[in-house]
Write a protein that binds this ligand. Structure first.
Ligand code: C2O
Ligand code: CU
Ligand code: CU
Length: 445
């Protein structure tokens, strides 16, 4: 049966404060019969423990880095935290040391966030070795009926060597991002879930893989999108299939109106692949739901309106970010570059200066041969337009997001406002591309 993520216990002992410790270190997992796999874990578990806090809470989480010989950080992906509490690449926590991250969760910040390491040069590896967890911020009053439950589904991507170890990244992994051989849900392959006929269930889907694009359908059940990275939509939207690029999240309500088996399965999606070995990505069953013959009792309806989302106002500035890939032959062999506006990431360099509280229009232009999911720290943005081959399209709904796929040859325009000062990263969330330089710094002043 589907494993529920262990909940991170709140040690505060009073409402309004979430206080806990996350210890990162070595652990062992059993993915295959008789084989122990050395992994990294938070509090001994991978995916990490589920953090559940409420809007308005203060959060104080102590990070104990017990990873042998490696610095790390905890980055609060998508969350409105101060820059110096956001686990930036330059704010490393040395091996054997601790630090406490403190921040407040503002009203209106309810959403599906996550946490993962961000030490420069090591992020991709620490994540695929097991360090990633879910951080759900609940609203004070939830419009979604409690009878639907609230089930987190975290997708990770496992590659196992014959001896049970996790192999290092190859050249192909560095180019395309590491795509594993088995997609896991909450750490398990194709787990099952039992629901009564007629039931509705709420799911939070997380693409926590380094580089796998997940185009999904729910055969035998009906999906309705109710939320994105930064929380609920204005109104539910029926969906046939969905695309979750690396780091994206979606909240769904799924209606199980037919007895029998329903399956959450992958469909083909061509995200651009360099070189041989494009992994087969269609036809994988990620989750099997057994819908009983016995009908459920009365099911409360999904409300037509979920919450208002005000459109970000007219931008004061507009900026352009161009993604390119370069290849050069040199004495050391083939060298790849993953660049934004012609430059690779430099921790010492500020790429853009922005004014706190000011709305900006960001144009993300993908001139490369692969899709690149664009992510920015510290805020949520609104996508306003996609342009590809001269054709413009608007998103199907207004939403708060922190990651958006920019397909090859595509331009995505988004509105964004940073409210807190300090350096913020923006990058491709194919973590091997981020490592190889597809990242920049916006300094908010
Ligand atoms: Cu989830 Cu800078 O990333
Ligand atoms: Cu982030
Ligand atoms: Cu990329």
């Amino acid at each position: 049966a589907l494993r529920e993520l262990p909940l991170l216990a709140n040690e505060a002992g009073r409402p309004g404060l979430f206080k806990a410790t996350l210890t990162a270190g070595s652990a062992t997992a059993r993915f295959a019969e008789g084989l122990d796999t050395p992994i990294l874990a938070y509090n001994g578990t991978s995916p990490g423990p589920l953090i559940e806090a409420v809007e308005g809470d203060r959060v104080e989480i102590t990070f104990a880095n017990r990873i042998a010989n490696e610095a790390s950080t905890i980055h609060w992906h998508g969350m409105p935290v101060p820059a110096d509490q956001d686990g930036n690449p330059m704010d490393q926590v040395a091996t054997g040391t601790d630090r406490t991250y403190s921040f407040d969760l503002p009203e209106g910040s309810a959403g599906s966030y996550w946490y993962h390491p961000h030490p420069h040069g090591k992020t991709a590896e620490q994540v695929y070795r097991g360090l990633a967890g879910v951080f759900v911020v609940k609203p004070k009053a939830d419009p979604i009926p409690a009878a639907y439950g609230d089930t987190v589904l975290v997708f990770t991507d496992l590659r196992l060597a014959a001896d049970g170890t996790l192999p290092d990244n190859t050249m192909t992994d560095l180019m395309n991002g590491r795509v594993g051989d088995h997609v896991l849900v909450n750490g398990q392959k194709n787990p099952t879930l039992a629901v009564p006929f007629g039931a509705k269930r709420r799911f939070r889907l997380y693409n926590a893989t380094n580089a796998r694009f997940l185009r999904l359908s729910f055969d035998g059940a009906a999906m309705t999108i109710i939320g994105t990275d930064g929380g609920l939509l204005e109104a539910p939207v029926a969906a046939g299939d969905i695309l979750l690029s690396p780091a994206e999240r979606l909240e769904l309500v799924v209606s199980f109106d037919k007895p029998g088996a329903a399956a959450l399965a992958t469909l083909d999606y061509d995200r651009g692949w360099m070189g041989p070995g494009r992994p087969a990505d269609a036809g994988l069953t990620l989750l099997t739901v057994n819908v009983s013959e016995t009908p459920t009792g009365p099911v409360p309806p999904l409300p037509d309106r979920l919450r208002p989302i005000a459109q970000l106002g007219a931008p004061a500035v507009s900026r352009r970010f161009v993604f390119t890939e370069t290849m050069a032959m040199n004495a050391g062999g083939m060298e790849m570059g993953f660049l934004i506006n012609g430059a690779a990431f430099d921790m010492q360099r500020i790429d853009v200066v922005a004014k706190a509280g000011q709305v900006e229009l960001w144009e993300i232009v993908n001139e490369a041969d692969m899709d690149h999911p664009f992510h920015v720290h510290g805020t949520q943005f609104q996508v306003v337009e996609h342009e590809r081959g001269g054709t413009m399209s608007k998103p199907a709904y207004r939403a708060w997001k922190d990651t958006v796929n920019v397909a090859r040859g595509e331009t995505v325009r988004l509105l964004l406002r940073q409210d807190r000062p300090g350096p913020r990263m923006y990058h491709c969330h194919i973590l091997e591309h981020e490592q190889l330089g597809m990242m920049g710094v916006v300094d908010v002043q």
